[in-house]
Design a protein around this ligand. Structure first.
Ligand SMILES: Cc1ncc(COP(=O)(O)O)c(C=O)c1O
Length: 393
C-alpha cells in the first residue's frame, strides 16, 4: 500500500535473520512446542550485580537527563584506559564516541566515510549489518569469501586482489561472527602493509575481542601508521552480558569522532545517561565474571563441536573466538536454508542458515552456544534424531 511512498533508499536495508528466526521460534513456543535456542547471539548470563547496582544508584542519583552527546567524559576516560590496558593502544578521551550499542558505530562509520560508488570490502560470511548499511549509504559492497580450509580467516591475497582505487573502507571482524575465526598477528601485519600509505580506512569490529580461546587477539590499530586510519568498534553487549542495555563505542581519530558525534546528535542526542554510568563500573570494576564466562564458553564449545562432528553429514571446525559454531552441513544432502527450516519445524532446534551471513555461508549453519550445557546436549540429541528422518541421499 505504501510502496510508492517509502523512500527508495529503504529498499537497500535488510533485516537480521537471528531476530526473524527468534520470532518464528517464539511462535512455535506460543503454540506449545519446546524449542532449543541456538539462533540469537547473546550471552545467557545475567549482567554482573555490581554493574546492575551502579545503574540503580545512578537512577537514584537522578542521572536521568540528557548528557554529553559524545559520551560522558568519565566513561570516555574509562574506555581510553581500558583500550590501553586490553589492546595496548594509547587513546585520548576525544577519540572515543559512545553510542547506544556497538551496532550504531557500524552505521555511523559507513555514513561518515563512504560516498556513493565508493567500495567497501568486508568478510563473507559476515555480520549482515555490514552489507546492508554499505548499500544504504550508496557504497559498493565488495565481499571477500572466507574459506573453511583457512579456518575462516580472511585471505590477505584475496583482500589485496580486491583493493581498487575506489576502495574506501575495509571491514575486519576478529573474532568473527558467524564463524568464530580469528585473524593471526601475521594476517593483521600483512593487511596493515597492504593498506599503509593508501587512502583506505579500516573498521575493526572487535566486539568479541575478550571472548577468545587462545590468547588475546591483537588490534590492527597497533600496527605502525594504522591507528589514525582505523575505527575500532567495541562494546558491552558480549563482554559484560549487557545486550539489552544498548551501550557500545568507537575509537577513532578526533576529527572523525567530531563528525560521528554530529550523527549521534541528529539521531539519538546522547546515549542513556545512567546506562553510561553503569558502563564505567563494567570497565573499572572486577573482571572475574568475564573470565568465568569465557571458561564456560570453552567447555560448551568443546561439547558442541564434538557433538556436531559425531552427526551424519555434518563437520565442524573448532571456533577460536566468539560463541558460534559454524558447521558444514552439505553432507546432509539438504540445502542449508531448508535444513535450518526442517530443524526448527521438526526438531524444535533453532539455528541460522549460514547464507543469511552472505553467499559464502551457504552450506553452513550457525549455532550460538551461548546457552546451557543441558540445552546443548538436548539440542544435539534432537539433531541426531531429526537427521535420521532425512531421506538417505
Ligand atoms: C560482529 C558484531 N558486531 C557488532 C554487533 C553489535 O553489537 P551491539 O549489540 O552492542 O550493538 C554484533 C552483535 O551481534 C556482532 O555480532
Amino acid at each position: 500500500m505504501f510502496e510508492n511512498v517509502i523512500a527508495a533508499r529503504m529498499n537497500s536495508l535488510s533485516g537480521e535473520s537471528a531476530f526473524q528466526v527468534l520470532a518464528a521460534a517464539n511462535k512455535l513456543e506460543a503454540e506449545g512446542k519446546k524449542v532449543i535456542h541456538f539462533e540469537i547471539g547473546e550471552p545467557d548470563f545475567p549482567t554482573a550485580p555490581h554493574i546492575v547496582d551502579a545503574a540503580k544508584k545512578a537512577l537514584d542519583q537522578g542521572r536521568t537527563t540528557y548528557c554529553n552527546s559524545q559520551g560522558l567524559v568519565a566513561l570516555r576516560e574509562a574506555i581510553a584506559d581500558y583500550t590501553l590496558r586490553y589492546k595496548g593502544i594509547p587513546t585520548g578521551r576525544d577519540e572515543v564516541v559512545v553510542a547506544p550499542g556497538a551496532k550504531p558505530i557500524i552505521f555511523y562509520t559507513i555514513c561518515c566515510l563512504v560516498n556513493p560508488e565508493e567500495e567497501v570490502v568486508y568478510p563473507d560470511p559476515g555480520f549482515p549489518t555490514y552489507e546492508s548499511v554499505i548499500r544504504y549509504a550508496g557504497g559498493l559492497p565488495v565481499p571477500i569469501a572466507l574459506e573453511e580450509k583457512d579456518d575462516f580467516r580472511l585471505s590477505v591475497r584475496k583482500l589485496i586482489s580486491k583493493i581498487s582505487p575506489r576502495t574506501k573502507l575495509i571491514i575486519l571482524n576478529s573474532p568473527s561472527n558467524p564463524t568464530g575465526g580469528v585473524l593471526t598477528d601475521g594476517d593483521l601485519g600483512e593487511i596493515a602493509s597492504a593498506v599503509r600509505g593508501k587512502d583506505i580506512f579500516i573498521l575493526s569490529d572487535e566486539i568479541y575481542s575478550r571472548i577468545c580461546y587462545e590468547g588475546v587477539p591483537r588490534s590492527i590499530a597497533t600496527f605502525p601508521g594504522l591507528k589514525d586510519r582505523t575505527i575500532i568498534l567495541d562494546g558491552f553487549s558480549k563482554t559484560y552480558c549487557m545486550t539489552g542495555w544498548r551501550l557500545g563505542y568507537g575509537i577513532m581519530h578526533e576529527e572523525i569522532a567530531r563528525k560521528m558525534t554530529q550523527l549521534l546528535i541528529n539521531s539519538n542526542s546522547c546515549t542513556t545517561h545512567f546506562i553510561q554510568v553503569a558502563g564505567i563500573e563494567a570497565l573499572r570494576g572486577p573482571q572475574d565474571s568475564v573470565a568465568a564466562m569465557v571458561k564456560e564458553f570453552t567447555r560448551r564449545r568443546d561439547v558442541i563441536v564434538e557433538g556436531l562432528n559425531s552427526l551424519p553429514g555434518i563437520t565442524c571446525r573448532k571456533p577460536r573466538g566468539a560463541f558460534y559454531a559454524f558447521p558444514n552441513v552439505t553432507g546432509t544432502g539438504l540445502p542449508s536454508g531448508e535444513l535450518a527450516h526442517f530443524l526448527l519445524q521438526e526438531a524444535g532446534v533453532a539455528a541460522l542458515d549460514g547464507a543469511a551471513f552472505g553467499a559464502a555461508g551457504t552450506g553452513y549453519l550457525r549455532f550460538s552456544y551461548a546457552t546451557s550445557l543441558d540445552n546443548i546436549h538436548a539440542g544435539l540429541d534432537r539433531l541426531g534424531a531429526a537427521l535420521k528422518k532425512l531421506p538417505r541421499r
